[in-house]
Design a protein around this ligand. Sequence first.
Ligand code: SF4
Length: 88
Amino acid sequence: MENVEEENVRERKIGDFTVRIERDLCIGSGNCVNLAPEVFELDEQNLVAFKEGAADAPIDSARLEESCLLCPVDALLFFDEDGEQIVP
Ligand code: SF4
């Protein structure tokens, strides 16, 4: 049986940074996908998911951080290299 928490909270290390998705909060606005399409996508439920290969995406940290900041419902958490939460 699928673990609901694992399904709805997803995490990727991207470069030195870590992004966590809390899908329960996502309203499918697409802001993050528009700014960082190499990292995020909307799935068939219109909820944010990591794109395949997101961990290796050649994205600069400022744009990655900005894409998390743009989320209107704080569904995207961004942690620095020391594990300190920067966003939200
Ligand atoms: S910006 Fe937030 S609400 Fe919009 S798709 Fe991304 S995670 Fe979901």
